[in-house]
Structures are given as structure tokens and as C-alpha cells.
Write a protein that binds this ligand. Structure first.
Ligand code: SN0
Length: 314
């Protein structure tokens, strides 16, 4: 694999899921693969799981790891071309990405959506600039529109916990007071649509995801209706795509409760984390009917499968 920016970089999703499960069984089998290879992890935004799981995965493969919080530890980077750099950004991404790339065999980047300008976000300016100028493979650690490392871990988790060959998966919008990116929901929809699982999306009116990601997925605006018979309830808040970046409602009736889970087929709650308790989902569900910790643990194996695939092609 050359880069891991989106699903489109993956030749065979099921093979990558199986590779993740294989790495989990035997984490140090490929320790020689990454010897004397260096990965740089660049964070334009906060991270807990992504940072630690990717570092751990790289170390399991024998790699050296360098981590930088861009803009805090380093100079702030200018992304636009043809600008007079007389503001707060001291360095252009052209030089920064090329220099970082000269120290690294793989560069991994986290850069969330700004949620101000839909066109700019959906053009994926930051990760595309790194792809253009770093000169080495790029891994997406959540970009403006996607979070593929998360989606791979999600499919690994579903593979582990599914009780039938074709489980019913419901992606449900959850309430939140802050505008959050669509990236996790976009990616989840994109990846689940690569499987033959039954898949339904539910959200209030005005929260339709871009058709680029939702494809032909059935959308049900009544959450109770959508949850019926679900084996997995994948919760996430996102801000509006159509009224870009807006919080259109905070309707608390969309929070996942025990009563909501009672509509499912003894379903399991999933969430990428961080999750705000009793705003998006109740304590009761999170403590008794969820696999969020197992899902987060699988981020290590998802990252390891991805890094192994890239290292194998170097
Ligand atoms: C991010 C998001 O994309 O929704 C990262 C998820 C992996 N989540 C948040 O920013 C949550 C922030 C909050 O205040 O709840």
C-alpha cells in the first residue's frame, strides 16, 4: 500500500481486517519489518487513542517514532499558495512537509475539519499538501472528511463481536452542543458500505451526510424505528453537512438510553471516543452494553495492519 488516506487506498478491506486480527494474536511477528524505519506523527488537533495506538503499533513493528503537535511545538504552517506570509504563520507547508519527509519513512497526519468552509474541508487541503510535498507515504489520522484508522478498527471490532454473518448495523446521530466534524460518520458509512452487512443511518432532518459517503444507504429519520433489531448501535454526533458546520438541534431524545437499546437485538453500543456521558449516551448503556474500550483497543491492530502494509511496499 502506498498511502492510507482513505478506503480507496486499500486493495482488499477484508484482508486488512484479517491482518489486524492476525497482528492482535501475534503483535511482534513483524518486528524486523520496521527496523531502522521512522514514522513521524503530526497532530494539528488533540488525540488520545490515535496518538498512543499508532505509536504502539509502530513500535510493535520495530519502528522509531517521532511525534509533534504542529503549531504548538512547531511553527504554525501556512497552507495557501501565493500569499505574503506577514501573519502568524511562520513556515509554509511546502518546506515543512518536505523537511519532515526527509527525516521519516512514513508521515502520519491529524488535521480536523475547520467547519467554516465546506469546499475547503472537503478538498482535504492539509493532508493533500502533505501527500504532495512530503515525498513519503502518508497515513490519515483523521482528516477533514475521514478517519480511516478508526473505521478499520470498527470493522475489526464488528468482526470479533458479530453473532451472525450479516449483522444489522445502525449509525445513529447523537446530541451535542458543539459542532463536530462529519469525518468519523463519513468514514464509517464508507467502510461499512464495503461489507454486505445490513446498514441503516438515522439522524434528525438536516443532518444528511454527503452522498459521496452515505451512498445509497437507507436513512430513517425516526431513531426508534431504525434501532429495531440492531446488532450494533454506532453512535456519533456530527454537525450539519448541508447547513455546513451548524448545530441544528440538541434534542436530548436522541441520546442512547437503556430503553433505546431495548429496541435492538441485544445490541452492542459502539463509539469512537471521546464520548460525553449522559449527553450522548447514558452511564447505564456505556457501562453494561458497550464495546467502546475493546473498540479503542483495536485501534492498535488497525494501525499495525496499515503500517505493515505500507512498510511491506517500501
Ligand atoms: C472528534 C470528532 O471528529 O468528532 C474526534 C473523534 C475521534 N471529536 C471531538 O472533537 C469531541 C470533542 C468534544 O468536545 O466532545
Amino acid at each position: 500500500m502506498k498511502n492510507f488516506i482513505s478506503l480507496h487506498d486499500v486493495e482488499n478491506v477484508q484482508e486488512l481486517v484479517q491482518e489486524g486480527l492476525k497482528q492482535k494474536q501475534n503483535p511482534f511477528a513483524d518486528q524486523k519489518l520496521g527496523k531502522n524505519k521512522t514514522i513521524g506523527l503530526l497532530f494539528f488537533n488533540p488525540s488520545l487513542r490515535t496518538r498512543l495506538s499508532t505509536q504502539k503499533a509502530a513500535q510493535n513493528l520495530g519502528m522509531n517514532v517521532m511525534i509533534m503537535n504542529v503549531g504548538q511545538d512547531s511553527w504554525q504552517l501556512e497552507m495557501d499558495d501565493d500569499v505574503i506570509m506577514n501573519g502568524d504563520k511562520a513556515e509554509h507547508v511546502k518546506e515543512a512537509a518536505a523537511v519532515i519527509g526527509s527525516y521519516c519513512d512514513i508521515v502520519a497526519v491529524r488535521a480536523f475539519a475547520g467547519l467554516q468552509d465546506r469546499d475547503a474541508d472537503y478538498r482535504e487541503i492539509v493532508i493533500e499538501k502533505f501527500r504532495q510535498y512530503a515525498g513519503v507515504p502518508i497515513v490519515n489520522l483523521e482528516s477533514a472528511t475521514r478517519h480511516p484508522c478508526q473505521s478499520l478498527a470498527d470493522l475489526i471490532t464488528i468482526e470479533e463481536f458479530k453473532k451472525t454473518a450479516r449483522p444489522k448495523i445502525v449509525l445513529t446521530w447523537l446530541p451535542h452542543f458543539k459542532p463536530l466534524p462529519q469525518a468519523v460518520a463519513n468514514s464509517f458509512a464508507e467502510w461499512v458500505n464495503m461489507t454486505d452487512y445490513e446498514f441503516v443511518i438515522t439522524h434528525p432532518e438536516g443532518y444528511d451526510l454527503s452522498s459521496q459517503f452515505a451512498g445509497n444507504t437507507k436513512v430513517i429519520y425516526n431513531q426508534d424505528e431504525a434501532l429495531k433489531g440492531a446488532d450494533f448501535v454506532y453512535g456519533k454526533n456530527w454537525s450539519s453537512y448541508t447547513q455546513y458546520g451548524q448545530v441544528l438541534t440538541q434534542d436530548p431524545s436522541w441520546m442512547i438510553t437503556k430503553q433505546k437499546m431495548d429496541l435492538t437485538n441485544n445490541g452492542l453500543f459502539m463509539h469512537c471516543l471521546p464520548v460525553r456521558r449522559n449527553l450522548k449516551v447514558t452511564d447505564e448503556v456505556l457501562d453494561n452494553q458497550s464495546v467502546v474500550v475493546q473498540q479503542a483497543a483495536n485501534r492498535e491492530w488497525s494501525a499495525q495492519a496499515v503500517l505493515k502494509a505500507i512498510l511491506s511496499g517500501l
